[in-house]
Unconditional design. Structure first.
Length: 89
């Protein structure tokens, strides 16, 4: 099990980035959350098997067609397996 924090910058707010992220996370059976940050980035917490997280991170580099992703920063977190769904905050 792997848990990461993904910070996505670019044109990622006001373009349904979080909703598309939630849909992609559900497709991959990823648990976690996505929220807008005051500085214009989107913060994603994702927990799943390593291969699944890698695919999800690759998707985050592109995002939905409505977005423009300029930078993605990934930080490893301690898995806790307490997450039960993927929420938009």
């Amino acid at each position: 099990m792997r848990k990461v924090k993904i910070l996505v910058s670019g044109r990622v707010q006001g373009v349904y980035f979080r909703l598309f992220t939630q849909n992609k996370a559900k497709h991959f059976a990823i648990k976690g959350s996505a929220k807008n940050l005051p500085d214009g980035r989107v913060e994603i917490i994702a927990e799943a098997e390593n291969m699944t997280i890698e695919k999800f991170i690759r998707w985050c580099h592109k995002g939905p067609i409505t977005a423009r992703v300029d930078h993605v920063e990934v930080t490893e977190l301690q898995p806790d397996e307490l997450l039960t769904s993927f929420e938009i905050k």
